[in-house]
Design a protein around this ligand. Structure first.
Ligand code: PLP
Length: 401
């Protein structure tokens, strides 16, 4: 009887309905169509290292797999040995002293921690200050938690550093968190310690938590050394930093990262995680320990591969008239589309005419419009083939609308 009265239709939650299409879906489809026709498409799209995970890291998995203790549930916060390895790394690399018991936890990749962090700091109706363009997870996590993102455009004239004066005072007062990411994806921008000092001062003034995505601190070139936000004065009072081994050690497939910093913030994330996941496989955490202990020499030689690619791609882009600039960190070339082209138009033109895939900057937010991103995680020989396709190419006049 009761059943008859109901006029309910099956409906997905708004947070799922509101999700923008995943950035690479459209591109993947276009590539698939071309490849189905037998066309050889060269992709500078997704940032996903093509170089293998180093052997010492793989050996740790093999050893770890045979330990019965690793066959049982891990703890959400990660192995004490993993947490200690993270803290030792932070001490060695940044001079930041952390307590492994309270100020560091394991993550199932940084993305997992970045997404879940919103649940720790954002209630329904709360505001997160999010850079634009940016890695999409900061805004998506905020939306999942019921909050809204106030986007702050990053400008080329400021070296794509956030200018805190662009944030209206009423927004800063209302906001709960500030997201930053340096070295930056997608712009390739880098920040010095003074910038993080300023960010911490801004956060203190307006009672904001600072959340810093530090996935690219070790992927640097030309002698540049990236700071941790935790080195900034007073950062420990309000900062959590997300670290990843994905890009540093060619480990995207293994899913291992860490969250470090303010003990209350780290503890909140641990409590959220312990209600949603049971942590990363311990044998994989042991890979993480090996990766955290890779000698600087290994990291330097890995970065040298990207530096070579960076220089080749920048010069190839300049040859066809684009004003590409070599970034000092990260895995991406962020360059303006030719005048009159939107980022989508230009990405489509490259695919149609040159069978080359790049990512339209618009996918990283409204301020990404007018730019495209080329990833350097394409094997050397494919990069050379791609550059050959560009050589001598006359970019046609922009579409008229
Ligand atoms: C790749 C990337 C991540 C994800 O790192 P994982 O540890 O693989 O989850 C996070 N933030 C940015 C900016 C990235 O480019």
């Amino acid at each position: 009887m009761e059943r008859e009265g109901r006029a309910k239709t099956l409906e997905l939650a708004k947070r799922v309905q509101q999700l923008p299409p995943y950035l690479f879906v459209g591109i993947s489809r276009a590539i698939a169509e071309k490849r189905a026709k037998g066309i050889d498409v060269i992709s500078f799209g997704i940032g996903d290292p093509d170089i293998p995970t180093p052997d010492v890291v793989l050996d740790a998995l093999e050893k770890g797999a045979h330990k019965p203790a690793n066959h049982r549930y891990p703890e959400s916060e990660g192995l004490p040995e993993f947490r200690k390895a993270v803290c030792d790394f932070y001490q060695r690399r940044f001079g930041v002293k952390l307590d492994p018991a309270t100020e560091a936890i394991n993550l199932i990749g940084a993305k997992e921690g970045i997404g879940h962090a919103a649940l720790c700091f954002i209630d329904t109706g709360d505001v997160a200050i999010v850079p634009d363009p940016a890695y999409p997870v900061y805004a998506t996590g905020t939306m999942f938690a019921g909050g809204t993102s106030h986007l702050v455009s990053l400008h080329e004239k400021n070296g794509f550093l956030m200018d805190f004066r662009d944030i209206p005072t009423d927004v800063a007062r209302k906001a709960k968190i500030l997201w930053l990411n340096y070295p930056n994806n997608p712009t390739g921008a880098v920040a010095d310690l003074r910038f993080f000092d300023e960010a911490v001062r801004f956060c203190k003034e307006f009672d904001l938590y600072l959340l810093h995505d530090a996935c690219y601190t070790e992927v640097t070139f030309d002698g540049y050394v990236a700071p941790s936000a935790l080195q900034a004065k007073g950062a420990r009072d309000l900062t959590i930093e997300f670290y990843s081994l994905s890009k540093t050690a060619n480990m995207t497939g293994w899913r291992v990262g860490a969250a470090v910093g303010n003990a209350a913030m780290v503890n909140a994330l641990m409590r959220v995680k312990s209600n949603l996941d049971s942590g990363q496989a311990q044998a994989i955490q042991e890979m993480g320990i090996a990766a955290l202990n890779l000698p600087q020499k290994w990291i330097d030689s890995n970065n040298a591969i990207y530096k070579r690619r960076r220089d080749r791609v920048v010069s190839g882009l300049r040859d066809i008239g684009l004003d590409a600039v070599a970034p000092r960190a990260g895995l991406y070339i962020w360059t303006k589309a030719p005048p009159g082209y939107t980022s989508g138009d230009f990405a489509k033109l490259l695919l149609d005419e040159r069978d080359i895939v790049v990512t339209p900057g618009r996918g990283y937010g409204p301020a990404g419009e007018g730019y495209v991103r080329l990833s350097l995680t394409t094997p050397d020989d494919r990069i050379e083939q791609g550059l050959k396709r560009l050589k001598g190419w006359k970019i046609p006049p922009p579409p008229t609308r």
